[in-house]
Design a protein around this ligand. Structure first.
Ligand SMILES: [Fe+2]
Length: 236
């Protein structure tokens, strides 16, 4: 199984605080059936250039890989990606391939937390058209808690984007109605952990898979898993 949203790289953002915690997160994911984990540290165009971000990310990755090589316990394969915050500036960039997941065309986009004015939809269209990448909307269900937001979310879904649901959201009552609606509206749903640590924001991938199979059927779960596989295999 693929987990395409995680904060496993050590001492980089609000994810794993050090290599030891990163290793614990990887081992847990492996026991949950995850074979491939995409490391998606936060990227914000107002904070970093893409080049600086990539350098910092690669250094954290190397520190983790060097330790993994000394360990015997199996861990998932790590691919590099980013959780890219949507800004108007981002839409102007023509080098977003560097932020995609592994060697795929999939780019994990984090939507703004305030009102989605027209520029938001235009930016997503522009990003996909200019860079020929496939937008994957990070934890889209989380935006539904604001009153009146569902209409904006459905407008986005109509753009045929991939919808990434956080495993933990399947156990959050406030998200349940939205998640059910997503399964009605879209067949482009992927599940990911968005794991940050071994305490409050832990991976729940195995439990989430069980719940999808129980509530929506095994075929739906299979389709969700296949969507993630397909996203990572879509080479540049
Ligand atoms: Fe995240």
């Amino acid at each position: 199984m693929v987990d395409l949203h995680s904060h496993i790289l050590p001492a980089l953002d609000d994810g794993a605080k050090d290599v030891d915690e990163a290793l614990q997160m990887l081992r847990l994911a492996k026991t949950q059936g995850v074979d491939t984990m995409v490391a998606t540290p936060h990227y914000h165009s107002a904070v970093n250039t893409i080049d600086t971000f990539i350098q910092t990310r690669n250094a954290a990755y190397l520190s983790l890989i060097n330790t993994i090589e000394t360990q015997e316990e199996p861990v998932p394969e790590i691919m590099l990606g980013a959780e890219v915050y949507l800004t108007p500036e981002l839409a102007e960039s023509e080098s977003l391939n560097a932020l995609c997941m592994g060697r795929s065309k999939g780019i994990l986009l984090e939507m703004p937390y305030d009102i989605w004015y027209d520029w938001v939809y235009k930016a997503i269209y522009q990003i996909a058209a200019k860079n020929r990448v496939v937008p994957v909307m990070a934890h889209l269900e989380r935006y539904s808690v604001r009153p009146g937001k569902m209409e904006s979310i459905e407008k986005l879904i109509a753009m045929n984007v991939y919808i990434q649901i956080n495993a933990a959201s399947l156990f959050d009552h406030s998200m349940w109605k939205t998640i059910k609606r997503f399964f009605v509206l879209s067949d482009r749903i992927v599940l990911a952990s968005d794991a940050h640590d071994m305490a409050d924001r832990i991976s729940l991938m195995d439990q989430a898979c069980d719940k999808i199979a129980k509530k929506f059927g095994k075929e739906t779960l299979q389709a969700v898993m296949s969507n993630a596989d397909r996203l990572l295999l879509e080479n540049r």
